[in-house]
Design a protein around this ligand. Structure first.
Ligand code: ACO
Length: 364
């Protein structure tokens, strides 16, 4: 005999697939203006933040007075790198077939939950060491110890390559990490807030957010963007290749966005950074040609839905110009976004309300 429903499901509000248009939190952290193509982080435009300071100073700007840490953000992030270094041994035991991203989650999961105390930024800082150490171990190389006096971008590049990075590379990586620091209630940030609302702690929130970020519809796109550039170039006919992809029902990586109905402002911040970096002008010209062709093909493919360039497209070209392996693009995204996740989790916990929506039962 069917069970009587405990409440009248027909009185539930209509479903919003993908929660589009649903507002579930107030935040002082970032404002994504989808129609205008504007991104503001705690009162500063993303352009201003990325042009005028380092990633560590952008984290300071975003998190000031929101996190319990009394130390400046740079110090907390560096302390997190030292903490991670004490645990680097867990990565030696990990299967080398695991991706660099999976290695990072193993390192983070292995940190004692109490290690960072209330200072979740230390957990965010720890990710750089697990990224670089995991990558080197997979390549048969020894991990390199962090330098607590350095800032995140310079130290990360040094821990990856083993040598002092060129200033242009450090500037490019600072620009990238700052650009992705926070972005409203994207899927991974929402995941972090859901977990924070259960009081599960910052480590659990960061691990859950990383799982959400890893998907190709979110942070997993920039590696495939380079695969797309390669395939389009090798085809010998960019326009025909793009048309073939769309006819086959495949998505063009680096285009489209849930919120932006115009160009993602972060795409231009990254493209500007590329000018100071890339010695391979052929690669940049190819990217520009593919972008042009993709935009006109997408306009014909989905005339009712404006699909424009998103952050991932020039992320891929910029990180490639810095010499970073494409397998590290999504892990780097996590390094840049993690302080944003921490700030959102702190906001959510201050709110103190469990996130618990409803589903409409349509089964037997
Ligand atoms: N290439 C081809 N078609 C696309 C693309 C694309 N890049 N993006 C959207 N479409 C199509 C969809 O298939 C959909 O078609 P349908 O109505 O026939 O099913 C239609 O356009 C409308 O899609 P949206 O509702 O705008 O897409 P949604 O908001 O669900 O997804 C997303 C946004 C996931 C970013 C999507 O545009 C996409 O898959 N892009 C490619 C992957 C990518 O670049 N990811 C990185 C996103 S940026 C970030 O997360 C940091």
């Amino acid at each position: 005999m069917p069970l009587a429903p405990t409440f009248d499901t027909s009185k539930l509000p209509p479903i919003s697939d993908g929660l589009e248009g649903i507002v579930v939190a107030e935040t002082v952290l970032s404002d994504v203006q989808g129609a205008a193509g504007r991104l503001t982080l705690r009162g500063k435009s993303v352009e201003e933040l990325a042009e005028t300071g380092s990633f560590d100073s952008a984290v300071e700007h975003l998190t000031r007075d929101l996190l319990p840490a009394s130390a400046p953000a740079q110090v907390s992030l560096a302390e997190g790198r030292s903490l991670a270094w004490e645990q680097i041994g867990v990565l030696r035991a990990a299967d080398s077939d695991l991706s660099a991203f999976e290695m990072m989650t193993i390192g983070l999961a292995a940190l004692p939950s109490s290690a960072a105390g209330e200072n979740s930024l230390m957990l965010a800082g720890a990710l750089s060491v697990f990224l670089a150490g995991g990558y080197r171990l997979k390549a048969g190389l020894e991990p390199i110890a962090p330098d607590a006096t350095a800032e995140t971008a310079a130290d990360l590049l040094r821990m990856l390559t083993g040598s002092v990075p060129p200033a242009a590379h450090v500037a490019g990586l600072n620009r990238y990490l700052t650009t992705v620091l926070d972005h409203g209630l994207n899927a991974s940030t929402f995941a972090a807030r859901v977990i924070a609302s259960t009081n599960a702690g910052a480590k659990a929130g960061l691990l859950g957010a990383m799982g959400a970020l890893s998907g190709p519809l979110h942070g997993g796109a920039p590696g495939p963007v380079l695969d797309m550039l390669d395939a389009a170039q090798n085809s010998g006919n960019v326009r025909a290749w793009i048309g073939g992809e769309l006819r086959a029902g495949r998505r063009l990586m680096g285009f489209g966005h849930r919120v932006y109905r115009t160009r993602d402002p972060r795409a231009d911040v990254l493209k500007t950074g590329l000018a100071a970096l890339s010695k391979d002008s052929g690669r940049v010209a190819l990217a520009e040609e593919i972008e042009r062709e993709a935009l006109s093909a997408l306009a014909l493919h989905k005339p009712e839905r404006k699909l424009d360039t998103n952050v991932e497209f020039y992320t891929a070209v910029l990180l490639e110009a810095i010499g970073i392996d494409r397998s590290l693009f999504t892990p780097l995204f996590a390094v840049g976004r993690a302080p944003g996740w921490c700030a959102h989790m702190a906001e959510q916990q201050a709110k103190g309300r469990l996130i618990r929506p409803q589903s409409r039962y349509v089964g037997p």
